[in-house]
Design a protein. Structure first.
Length: 318
């Protein structure tokens, strides 16, 4: 073998090592910076109203609960906004009430079947999503969850087609002023993993494409939380924060088993540190479906939830 070939091989091998170190160094550097610099974390705290859904509050009562509970953001269910408007309520008044209480509508929950293969059903789903984004815009809403509703029981969804369908609702949302977020759904046969969901977001080719992760759903769907390290920039703007117990096991755990942050076994310290590195201005939204919390006073649950989130953040970044 010629000396120049050996030298060339060493250079290439060294270059690969340098490149690898550069990529890993960037990630590690961002995470270490997040761990040591508290000022870089500027999380905002949001109440997803599923957490107090069982108390059957009105939209106005949910707003008051979030405000009195100390939150700066609200993540309502869209049907509550529709119900309020259909009952003769003014969405303009809701927008003012939110502003007066210092609340922003960071995201919202709806289950439109925008992603399904059936053309007629998908068209209805897209129209439902459009109506949802329209009412949200009227109350100052910024984003809406876009889970794979309707495509959960049967596996095999073509992810490239899903990406094109996601782009359609992104374009509609861009005109309205509300951004749909691809939501990871752990119990679905499709988009239950971080990689699947990010594939759809990336391949949509839209500049406002983004992901809505959830501690419980990432666990339920089988992804490793270290995958969050590979998501950068502003790809995640809202993160559903919660926790899960050791039992029931992953195979049988369900939404109702979610618990307050810090009351379960999720690696929240690692997750929060990675989120700081990803987007220090992220919105942390408390999303729970636990019937035990629904039996309690809504305001008390909201206050405890906010305290638990802040405790988890303080533990992670000091």
């Amino acid at each position: 073998m010629k000396k120049q070939d050996i030298t060339r091989r060493k250079i290439l091998q060294g270059g690969g090592a340098v490149l690898g170190m550069g990529l890993w160094g960037d990630s590690i550097g961002r995470i270490e910076a997040a761990n040591t610099t508290k000022a870089k974390a500027n999380f905002r705290y949001c109440l997803n109203t599923s957490t107090i859904r069982g108390q059957n509050l009105s939209l106005v009562e949910e707003i008051e609960t979030a405000a009195k509970g100390g939150y700066t953001g609200l993540e309502p269910w869209v049907h509550k906004v529709h119900d309020y408007a259909n009952g003769g309520g003014s969405l303009k008044d809701i927008k003012k009430r939110l502003a007066d209480r210092g609340l922003t509508v960071e995201s919202a929950i709806d289950f439109a079947s925008w992603i399904v293969d059936d053309d007629a059903r998908r068209a209805k789903g897209v129209e439902q999503m459009k109506r949802a984004m329209d009412v949200l815009a009227q109350i100052g809403g910024k984003r809406i969850a876009a889970p794979p509703a309707g495509a959960t029981r049967q596996p095999g969804l073509d992810l490239l087609k899903a990406a094109k369908r996601y782009r359609i609702i992104l374009e509609i949302g861009n005109e309205i002023g509300v951004t749909p977020q691809i939501e990871v759904w752990g119990s679905s046969k499709n988009l239950h993993r971080l990689g699947q969901s990010m594939f759809v977001a990336i391949e949509s080719g839209h500049p406002k494409a983004c992901l809505l992760p959830d501690v419980y759903h990432i666990y339920k769907g089988g992804s490793d939380f270290h995958g969050l390290k590979l998501i950068g920039g502003r790809a995640v703007q809202v993160f559903h924060l919660n926790d899960y117990p050791l039992n029931p096991p992953r195979e049988t755990i369900s939404d109702r088993d979610r618990v307050m942050p810090g009351d379960g076994v999720a690696p929240l310290t690692q997750i929060i540190r990675d989120m700081v590195a990803m987007n220090p201005d992220m919105v942390l939204s408390l999303e729970l479906f636990n019937p035990n919390y629904w039996k309690q006073d809504a305001l008390e649950v909201a206050k405890i939830g906010l305290a638990k989130m802040k405790e988890a953040v303080a533990k992670a970044i000091g």
